[in-house]
Ligand binder design. Structure first.
Ligand code: GAL
Length: 652
């Protein structure tokens, strides 16, 4: 697919059938190409067990198809109907506190419950047969936002049984498990797999390997749940993409694993909601409350492009105020256009607004749509129309340009430091995002890559921050890479079994890096240690024995940045200024071209064009970059919420 397209999320079951025709006609007028339907409609598709009512949704597809719209059909498994709970009372998930969750909202199922998994397979099969050959059908969405509302983990008997089975398969013998988990400590040894409990409701922390294995097990259940649907949908229509809509800032399961049975990774972009509920400072929140944090969307575009084997969609795009944060501001006029342009620049094939019409009833009645509840256009209606026209006129297409820089993002590292932070707030993703932002400030395109990467060929710089444990493939990718590497802090500090490696961190051969982390100094965020030159160390610093060259040290003489050949090791968490200094140093060493961007402005290259977006509250000047021929949209004065597109002199 080349030319990016717009989509919208539509719920025909929410509206009188007499409205569908006009809705579809107006969607086509806006320039929308894709319509996602179905994902919450189970109670209307099967009002009682076995009573199938698919005609209405087929009629809705007929209407959409008549207007040239392509349908993405969502399997309705995130919202099992009430009768399902009567049939399988134990499918309801159990929270960490041991209490069962109830019916009356959504996502009320347990990934470990095999009976429910079979029900999900059944409805998927029936729907695949009923709508799979419909001419308007253009793709599938599995379920909806796996894990949303804290539903990844369940501490149920089904999970306990599944976990025990999984452990038996992994370890073979209980002795091997005792050894791997270090159960000799505190007399935690087991005599059999049947004795093993889930890691909740204990007196204090479980062994970290116990906790980590439970997270791995649970992640595998999400992947298995997805695979069941994928296999059915692919068997019916091998030609159509199977997509899931992932979430932002969400790491409870390994998305790379789930995406093994997906053709496209999509994610749901709610920039203002993410900022309001996220961990940014109050200053940033105030500054960007109507735009979203300038690197947040971009990071997720790049992450999910990596997760999705280079195919990424936005399945849900915020169109106006949402309903689910404490405060839900109105976006700056033009932001729904900017967000779509930015997603396209990062390689999105489709940006689909959530939702067509604001619902006047139920939980999300305060959530904007492209239409108001009275059927009049809301502002985003015109934003969408404008983007559709602009994209067509400019003819942007192709794929997102490959970045010069790659950063490894690893879900297990997220879990590991959540299990054992050592310094409160230490997280893998925070380190990834800090580096990402420092590169992006200079207009450098970044790819996010998996820890299972086997080669980094083609990149000038690869960064591996806060990595829990080396995988075989990653270690060999590092060994064979001839570009610049930035590793650490904390990278390679554990084994797969959550123990300290005998060689100590960073656990690399000395010909690569002659360094050993011999002590950790974990710091209250109030206590920063200045670094010679500029910047400071915060939260985490490592005492390192090394023969490598010390490039930066702190004022107390602890090494901060080491260098051996083209490998740099960062032995601390830095303030923004320090991270920027390290990144600037790497960029200079590697000779990566930069574009100096005004505050709040970001850019990305796709298909021979560089797209600039302005997240700030003020207009900003741009200069044509060395590789740009002319502006084809907007100008060298980019207004707040503005978009400028430059054509490159030479298509890459
Ligand atoms: C998403 C979800 C949608 C809708 C939306 C509201 O998380 O997939 O169904 O609830 O949020 O912003």
């Amino acid at each position: 697919m080349t030319t990016p397209a717009l989509g919208v999320c539509y719920y025909p079951e929410h509206w009188p059938e007499a409205w569908w025709e006009r809705d579809a006609a107006r969607m086509a007028e806006v320039g929308i190409s894709f319509v996602r339907i179905g994902e919450f409609a189970w109670s209307k598709l099967e009002p009682s067990p076995g009573e199938l009512r698919f005609e209405w949704i087929i009629r809705a597809m007929d209407v959409l198809g008549r207007h040239g719209l392509k349908v993405i059909f969502g399997t309705p498994t995130a919202t099992p109907p009430r009768w399902m709970v009567d049939k399988h009372p134990d499918m309801l998930p159990i929270g960490r506190d041991g209490r069962r969750k109830g019916f009356g909202s959504r996502r009320h199922y347990d990934f470990s419950h095999l009976g429910y998994r079979e029900e999900a397979a059944r409805i998927t099969r029936l729907l695949a047969d009923a709508v799979g050959d419909h001419p308007a059908l253009s793709g599938w969405q599995t379920d909806n936002e796996y894990g949303c509302h804290g539903t990844t983990y369940s501490y149920s008997p089904a999970a306990r049984e599944g976990f025990q089975r999984w452990l038996r398969e992994k370890y073979g013998s209980i002795e091997a498990l005792n050894e791997a988990w270090g159960n000799v400590f505190w007399s935690m040894e087991y005599n059999s797999f049947e004795q093993i409990e889930l890691p909740n409701l204990l007196v204090c922390d479980p062994a970290p390997a116990h906790d980590l294995d439970f997270r791995r097990y649970t992640s595998d259940q999400v992947a298995a749940f997805n695979k069941v649907q994928y296999d059915i949908l692919k068997a019916k229509r091998p030609d159509l993409p199977v997509i899931h809509n992932f979430m932002a800032g969400y790491t409870e399961f390994d998305h790379y694993d789930v995406a093994k049975t997906l053709d496209v990774a999509s994610w749901d972009a709610y920039p203002l909601g993410h900022l309001a509920t996220g961990a940014e400072t109050d200053d940033i929140k105030r500054q960007y409350m109507r735009q979203g944090e300038p690197d947040y969307q971009a990071f997720h575009h790049d992450l999910y492009r990596g997760v999705g084997h280079d195919r990424m969609w936005i399945m849900e795009q915020q169109p106006g105020p949402v309903n689910w944060a404490d405060f839900n501001p109105d976006p700056l006029p033009g932001m729904p256009r900017l967000w779509a342009w930015e997603a396209f620049a990062h390689g999105a094939e489709v940006v689909s607004y959530f939702r067509w019409r604001q619902a006047p009833f139920a939980q999300e009645q305060m959530h904007a749509g492209l239409l108001r509840p009275d059927n009049e256009p809301a502002p985003a209606y015109f934003d969408a129309q404008q983007v559709a026209q602009e994209v067509k006129a400019i003819g942007i297409g192709g794929a997102a340009a490959r970045g010069r820089v790659a950063i490894v993002f690893d879900y297990q590292s997220e879990w590991a430091w959540d299990i054992q932070p050592q310094a409160k707030g230490f997280s893998h993703s925070a380190h990834v995002r800090a580096l990402y932002a420092a590169f992006r400030k200079h207009g450098v395109d970044v790819d996010i890559v998996s820890p299972h990467s086997t080669s980094f060929e083609g990149y000038s710089i690869v960064a591996i921050p806060a990595l829990f444990a080396w995988t075989e493939s990653l270690r060999s990718a590092v060994e064979n890479f001839d570009g610049h590497l930035l590793i650490g802090p904390r990278s390679g500090s554990k084994t797969e079994n959550f123990s300290i490696p005998s060689r100590l961190a960073p656990n690399l051969p000395s010909n690569l890096l002659d360094a050993k982390v011999i002590r950790i100094d974990s710091l209250d965020p109030a206590a920063e240690v200045e670094v010679t030159g500029s910047g400071a160390v915060r939260l985490w610093r490592e005492r390192i024995e090394t023969r490598a060259k010390v490039v930066i040290q702190d004022v107390e003489g602890w090494p901060v940045l080491l260098r051996q050949g083209k490998l740099h090791y960062l032995g601390a968490s830095g303030t923004k200024a320090l991270v920027q200094r390290v990144v600037d140093h790497l960029i200079a060493e590697a000779g990566v071209p930069v574009i100096e961007l005004p505050a709040g402005v970001r850019c990305r290259v796709r298909g021979g064009f560089r797209v600039y977006v302005n997240y700030s509250n003020t207009a900003a000047p741009l200069n044509l970059a060395a590789d740009e021929a002319e502006y084809v949209l907007g100008s060298g004065e980019i207004p707040p919420a503005g978009v400028t597109v430059a054509r490159l002199s030479r298509a890459e």
